[in-house]
Design a binder for this molecule. Sequence first.
Ligand code: CP
Ligand code: NVA
Length: 306
Amino acid sequence: MKKDFLDIIDYSSEELTSMLDLAIELKKEWKAGGNKPVLKNKTLALIFQKPSLRTRISFEMGMRHLGGDALYISPNEIGLGQREAVSDVARVLAGYVDGIMARVFAHEHVVELAKWADIPVINGLSDYSHPCQAMADALTIIEKFGNKKGLNVTFVGDGNNVAVSLMQISAKLGWNFTIANPPKYDMPAESIEACKKVAAQTGSKLTFLTDPHEAVRGAQVIYTDTWTSMGQEAEAKEREQVFPPYQVNARLVSEADKDVIVMHCLPAHRNHELTDEVADGPHSVIFPQAHNRMHAQKAILVKLMG
Ligand code: CP
Ligand code: NVA
């Protein structure tokens, strides 16, 4: 098992499955009255270069439920790579806390933190990937369908950090992953190449399309995310012109499997990438999905810091 949780692709299918099994157990235990304090006296620093609702609170509450403590560090503090070198921040923090979760712009910053800190580092979203989200997504999908090879997971929208991590976990678990994105909004080529190798071993089928209607045919999962991610605000206007054909609305959902679930990592820009009708409709699992962030991350924390 790796020291850090930076990307889904760094973990084997078996390790990921075992973490997801633990998440299910910890969720059951918590619902039955509370978790055992297996992280008693452990502390986690939460470094944020970007805002957050889910990531911050699910990690804080997750640590608290497991008997540990978490410290929120806002975007105004530390000045990662600006006020102070990332390598120095890593080595200083490692003397105070037992783990670091970091939400950053440049993915290299979490890699650098992990390199220099001799304690676990968790990627709480970078411009490249969002692995904790993917664990919660997989947990949500498994709760609905079981962990069955050959599930059809379709992402509609921008080939962004959330899409990359969802592709990675789909490939690892033997699920078929399809994305429909506008031309020029592809996922990074290197992430696709790496996942193709994983998919060849697990029997997962990866499909890259531009037509959302073709992409949702036979889908058991339709997933979407914002058209403009944090840090891309200057492109928002242009993106609002390009992405409307990729809106997840009732018509698109009606073209998928009849038992399809609709997912979104949140925050949602309602009636842009996802209509109210779908977000609040019978196929939507967006709130249980958000709640599963905490359960999935508890498993990551226990595996890394327990
Ligand atoms: N999905 C997610 O990471 O949400 P936050 O940005 O609110 O943490
Ligand atoms: N793709 C989005 C996800 C937010 C949780 C972003 O990076 O802003």
